[in-house]
Ligand binder design. Structure first.
Ligand code: AMP
Ligand code: GLY
Length: 417
């Protein structure tokens, strides 16, 4: 397992429940993954170093968590060395690595998404924005860890953001139409031709309650979505996921790994906001908490072109909620190095580690998102209460979290346009 977030902790936890798994190795990991896996230090984007580690530990499967090593071609290097690898090639990872590329794939595959214009000139972007209706959506083309997007109704601010993006030599900005409606994260496993969707989830991207404050990597999530119209997952599989996987294969760059569709449920139906080329964080924490099918077998089937042989996935009844506990100052300037303590947890709660490290036998914060407190219960209201009960067991100086994760879904206040 490559990576060090709560997503990787959740993946390792699910892999450890698979009776086919004889051992787990994680690089670089965190204080939580150390309890499940042998840990190694490796530079995640260093293909030869990852290949050498996989050989040294005789890995049967390498799972790449984050997008950066995928875009850098680490999965290509592992596969070239003969080890099955869960994660797309660098060419296929461009579906996340370049928003302009993703728009082209969607256009060729006939997939519904926000109309977009691509700019390399700041003056042309500014002129376009001046004639576009508010709210404005401006994105940097490349990977930006959630910080490359501006959504807002002030033309001057949107224009300044576009000028800022394009001040970087060789950069590209995308200006696109605003999509209304609640967001859905739908993950799908793909072996390059077969597509198997997982449970739909919802993420909370802004740092403060009621979607205020700056965007983050994600402050909480829940699954499944009680307000999602029946048949939506099947519709997205037919109209979005399968056409995109087919188009990637047609281009000679098959997508093998986890295809993450970020969707807006608009008045015109589901439309794609973005694709990611890997599991989402924190949605993975809730989706995998509900998965009963052994995960290692599934990921290996994806990596070896045998996903069609896998039967329908088995899911636990009930719901899962995760609440991210972030460090003081996150997302602008996270403070690290503080003690992280977790007291007794109620049944049904797991604390997944993200930005933590071991300092002797102390656990200290080492990043912006520190812990992901995840609860599973028979229904969403119970899972939500349990997750917040779990949060009260966490001690972290300056730690903060959203208090409204899954609230609108529980009270029936998620509105479709
Ligand atoms: P992205 O990095 O593309 O996922 O964008 C981050 C967030 O910005 C998304 O989760 C949305 O909340 C918002 N966003 C991005 N594109 C749009 C759009 N076209 N319309 C409305 N909101 C958007
Ligand atoms: N939760 C958003 C992401 O993983 O990109």
């Amino acid at each position: 397992m490559l990576g060090s977030g709560a997503r990787e902790h959740a993946l390792l936890l699910a892999l450890s429940r698979d009776p086919g798994v004889t051992g787990l190795v994680c690089a670089p990991g965190n204080a939580g993954t150390a309890a499940l896996a042998e840990q190694h230090d490796v530079v995640l984007t260093d293909g030869p170093a990852v290949v050498a580690l996989a050989a040294r530990v005789r890995a049967d499967l390498v799972v790449v968590g984050p997008e950066v090593p995928l875009v850098a071609g680490v999965a290509d290097a592992v596969r070239a060395a003969g080890t099955p690898c869960f994660g797309p090639s660098a060419a296929a990872a461009q579906i996340e690595g370049s928003k302009a590329f993703a728009k082209q794939v969607m256009a060729d595959a006939g997939v519904a998404t926000a109309a977009a214009s691509v700019f390399t000139s700041a003056d042309q972007a500014a002129a376009h924005l001046a004639t576009a209706p508010a709210p404005y959506v401006v994105k940097a083309d490349g990977l930006a860890a959630g910080k490359g997007v501006h959504v807002g109704s002030d033309l001057a601010v949107a224009t300044a953001f576009a000028r800022d993006v394009l001040a970087e030599p060789g950069s590209t900005a995308v200006v696109e139409a605003y999509l209304d409606g609640p967001e859905v994260s739908l993950f799908a496993l793909s072996d390059g031709s077969t597509v198997v969707p997982l449970l739909p989830a919802q993420d909370f991207k802004r740092v403060l309650d009621d979607d205020q404050g700056p965007n983050t990597g994600g402050m909480g999530a829940y699954a499944p979505l009680p307000w999602l119209p029946a048949g939506t997952v099947e519709q997205v599989q037919r109209d979005v996921l399968q056409p995109v996987v087919d188009e990637m294969a047609r281009r000679g760059t098959p997508f093998q790994g986890l295809l993450y569709a970020g969707l807006a449920m608009t008045s015109k139906g589901p439309q794609v906001i973005e694709f990611n080329c890997r599991f989402g964080d924190p949605e993975t924490q809730v989706v995998l908490a509900l998965l009963d099918t052994p995960l290692a077998g599934l990921l290996l089937a994806c990596s070896t072109g045998r996903l069609a042989d896998v039967g329908p996935l088995a899911w636990r009844d009930g719901a899962a909620v995760t609440v991210v506990v972030a460090s003081e100052g996150y997302p602008a300037a996270p403070v690290t190095g503080d003690d992280v303590e977790v007291g007794a947890l109620p049944d049904g709660v797991a604390v997944l580690h993200a930005g933590t490290r071991l300092d002797g036998d102390r656990v200290v914060s080492a990043g912006g998102r520190v812990l992901s407190v995840t609860a599973v219960a028979p229904d969403l209201a119970a899972a939500r209460s349990l997750a917040y009960e779990g949060v009260t067991a966490v001690r972290l100086r300056g730690g903060h979290w959203r208090s409204d994760v899954a609230r609108a879904a529980v009270t029936g206040e998620v509105r479709l346009p």
